[in-house]
Design a protein around this ligand. Sequence first.
Ligand code: ZN
Length: 143
Amino acid sequence: MNDLSRFLSKVSVVDSGCHEWQSTLHRDGYGKFWYTKKQVQAHRVSYLLQVGEIPAGLWVLHKCDNRKCVNPEHLYLGDAKQNVRDKVERCKWWGRMKTPFEIVDACRKLYSEGWTQQKIADHYGIQQTQVSRYINLKQRINF
Ligand SMILES: [Zn+2]
């Protein structure tokens, strides 16, 4: 099996259009894949195999903000600064709810780690409905 078919056998397409990594996840939330005898972030491998070279110093970033996603159409090249800038843009969008970006991000992270919405709500002293809104936000962000 070549690298690409081995890679694609670990991916499943979800409703949002994301191609989610089904295999090993690193604790940073990104998929891991053995490639050229190294463990490489799955979304980087996806880019390499399906789009092209990644110039030195550039990052492969997600338009969809889903770290598990390896859909080449959801990936783009940028530098670290751009990564921060994009996060700020998303922050502005979320800002309409007057909640610090960090809390939204943290809620989603904890939820993805298996916390219940109620537990997260108690942890931050907010309503469970609020937590629910943050978590479901993901599907509604369009770029
Ligand atoms: Zn995606």
